[in-house]
Write a protein that binds this ligand. Structure first.
Ligand SMILES: Cc1cc2nc3c(=O)[nH]c(=O)nc-3n(C[C@H](O)[C@H](O)[C@H](O)COP(=O)(O)O)c2cc1C
Length: 402
């Protein structure tokens, strides 16, 4: 996404030690980042680290003649295109909800017209306290975006809700809050990840797809203002901000979910690695070695799974339908044949034989194969950048901005 001006405001929670990582990720994504802290935050994170990573001086005090050069706190508020408060203490949530302006952070938060993204982190009892719940509700009603907190083991020793979201998830939520609505009005249905076809009660047939490509497409489409439905196989990835997720296991379940959502979707991107075959008669219990004769193997009979992409393409109407072809040899020829068979708008072909692109990594090398025979080959890019390239082409097909 284009470089934006992001103000990261850090408060005095133990999770402040994770904030340099967020700053690093935002800078790496090309954004211009400035940091401010509360006085309490200075106990938990070094301003020198934040300054080194952001490349800009860090401010903490409102009444500091050296820092407050020409009503700088208002200049800072005006400069920001997005303000992130992370970690947000219970104290700062209360102060923001009441609109106090008694330190640098709360004053800038009140003065800025930029959207506010808040990532709370605190003890579970502080988070669940009626006072905090009311403060969060008031902020939500005012249009403040929230990310987290997550559940898990807390620094204080308690278990429960209160962990700061992962810096990557906060960075993702930041992009969502900064979205430019080039896909507004579109409903994008994305499938992602692998499917799992049972052999018996404990074993299954599956593949190596991590879901990262499909999740990147869903995240990017949501950032562009689309309504996004993500039908996902069993993967361990967080749901991107602004995305409605439906979890499925088998190809049959994926088919049902996709067909249920198809009517309202204007764009379908089938990035999932759906099993082509499944066991004909999966056992309802675990098949035990002892039930087979000594030295006897286990012969599986497989049948074809439903061809979801072909089915969608038959119902295509004026939707844009994009398929994926994950291949290990003759990638373009295989994708061209798939395109002719399925009748979608274009195919994203990727070679999954390389260890640094394709399955379960953050980058991908893809080619777009078009019905007229044209092939566009992109260099190795991050999956998020590939998602952007795919959606640029979808926007053109839908007659939009790209
Ligand atoms: C070791 C330690 C850890 C703390 N961690 C948190 C925390 O994770 N979340 C929180 O809301 N408050 C936490 N506090 C309490 C805040 O630091 C305290 O409420 C402070 O006034 C917050 O100031 P600020 O919101 O201006 O940064 C912690 C305090 C200490 C001493």
């Amino acid at each position: 996404m284009a470089a934006r001006r992001i103000l990261v405001a850090i408060t005095g929670g133990i999770a402040a030690y994770k904030l340099p990582e967020l700053v690093r990720q935002l800078v790496r994504a090309g954004h211009s980042v400035r940091c401010i802290t509360t006085e309490a935050a200075l106990h938990f994170v070094s301003p020198l680290v934040l300054q080194s990573l952001s490349g800009k001086p860090v401010r903490s005090r409102l009444f500091d003649p050296a820092e407050e050069d020409g009503i700088d706190h208002i200049a800072l508020a005006d400069w920001a295109e997005l303000m992130i408060v992370a970690p947000a203490t219970a104290n700062v949530l209360a102060r923001l909800s009441y609109g106090l302006a008694d330190d640098l952070l709360s004053t800038v938060a009140l003065a800025t017209k930029a959207p506010l993204l808040v990532a709370p982190a605190m003890n579970v009892n502080m988070w669940n306290h009626a006072a905090t719940r009311t403060n969060v509700e008031r902020l939500r009603e005012r249009g403040v975006h929230f990310v987290g907190p997550d559940s898990g083991e807390l620094a204080c020793g308690w278990q429960g809700e209160g962990r700061l979201s992962d810096p990557a998830v906060i960075a993702e939520a930041a992009e969502f809050a900064l979205r430019t609505a080039t896909l507004e009005g579109e409903c994008v249905l994305v499938t992602a990840g692998r499917t799992r076809e049972p052999l018996d009660l404990v074993r299954s047939l599956t593949n190596r797809s991590s879901g990262k490509m499909g999740f990147a497409i869903a995240a990017e489409a949501a950032c562009r203002g689309a309504e996004v439905v993500l039908v996902s196989g069993p993967v361990s990835l967080p749901t991107p901000s602004g995305v409605r997720r439906i979890d499925i296991e088998s190809a049959e379940e994926m088919r049902s979910a996709v067909l249920r959502e198809l009517a309202r979707s204007t764009v379908v991107v089938k990035a999932a690695a759906v099993a082509d075959f499944r066991p004909v008669a999966p056992s309802k219990r675990k098949i035990k070695k002892e039930t087979l004769a000594e030295g006897e193997g286990w012969t599986l009979e497989l049948e074809r799974t439903p061809d979801i992409l072909a089915e969608i393409s038959r119902e295509k109407g004026d939707r844009v339908v994009v398929g994926f072809a994950a291949e290990t040899e003759d990638v373009i020829a295989a994708a061209t044949r798939k395109l002719a068979r399925k009748g979608c708008d274009f195919i994203v072909a990727n070679d999954v034989s390389h260890s640094d692109s394709g399955f379960d990594v953050d980058s991908n090398r893809v080619s777009f194969v078009w019905p007229a025979g044209e092939v566009e080959t992109l260099p190795k890019l991050s999956k998020r950048a590939v998602a952007g390239e795919i959606l640029d082409r979808i926007e053109k097909l839908r007659g939009g901005a790209a």
